[in-house]
Ligand binder design. Structure first.
Ligand SMILES: C[S@@+](CC[C@H](N)C(=O)[O-])C[C@H]1O[C@@H](n2cnc3c(N)ncnc32)[C@H](O)[C@@H]1O
Length: 228
């Protein structure tokens, strides 16, 4: 375990808390004018897109390697941790985050209490304060850039949770999906809340077979891209 603290971090000048329709909270980025999750339900969206249609589709594997593009509030990482405890399998999570939030902001979000796991608050806080940790079957690792990932690594489930193409078009370019395709294991998948046609075509051009699935509350569709 390392105790490296990451800085600089985003504080209250950069983000503020918004309550979404399912009662769970998310952040609003002042500079990008965008929320970190759907305003129709932050936890509902994360569970539906990343856990239900991402992680669960890989749960027959003996262990699961996750790559998340955009660690953000740590909500998806924390849900992945709860999933690992539930299925009692080794889950290796790598999160990429170029602009980490201040742990003080994360503490205020308090997802462990919302999710009725207050006893896991310490792990949620440590995900923000540390770059690497292991708790039971869950192995957590955080990087600042996707280019830091070793070319030899592969992931069974990629949580593609960048801000929307309108807010950060550079994160939805063909080169990104080409790179992620190489990092996806055989039979592995990339899931995203975004159902935009251009994003789907780029995933297909990268080599994925893309499925359009029913979206989370407030959204008609989401995408799951599978490497066959
Ligand atoms: C939609 S939010 C992610 C929400 C997150 N998955 C969660 O559960 O809270 C997008 C995230 O991508 C991060 N980000 C933006 N540009 C990035 C980049 N170039 N590389 C890595 N992360 C980036 C943002 O700082 C933000 O945390």
């Amino acid at each position: 375990m390392t105790t490296d603290h990451i800085s600089p971090t985003l504080g209250w000048d950069d983000v503020y808390i918004v309550t979404t329709r399912d009662g769970s909270e998310t952040l609003f980025s002042r500079s990008l004018n965008a929320t970190y999750h759907s305003v129709y339900g932050a936890v509902a969206e994360s569970k539906h897109v990343f856990i239900q249609h991402g992680l669960k589709s890989q749960s027959e594997r003996p262990s699961i390697a996750i790559l998340e593009f955009g660690f953000g509030t740590g909500l998806n990482a924390f849900l992945a941790y709860l999933f690992a405890l539930d299925i009692e399998k080794q889950v290796h999570y790598t999160g990429i985050e170029a602009f980490p939030i201040d742990p003080v902001v994360a503490k205020q979000l308090d997802y462990p209490h919302y999710l009725a796991f207050p006893e896991e608050s310490d792990i949620f806080q440590r995900m923000h304060a540390e770059n690497e940790l292991t708790s039971g079957p869950f192995h957590f690792h955080k990087l600042t850039a996707y280019t830091d990932i070793l070319a030899s690594e592969t992931y069974d489930c990629i949580f593609f949770d960048a801000f929307a193409p309108g807010a950060q078009p550079e994160l939805w370019e063909q080169a990104i999906f080409d790179h992620l395709f190489k990092l996806t294991s055989e039979g592995g998948c990339l899931v995203t809340y975004c159902a935009q046609g251009e994003a789907r075509r780029r995933m297909e051009a990268a080599g994925y077979k893309v499925e359009r699935l029913a979206g989370p509350p407030g959204k008609r569709e989401m995408l799951r891209a599978v490497k066959q």
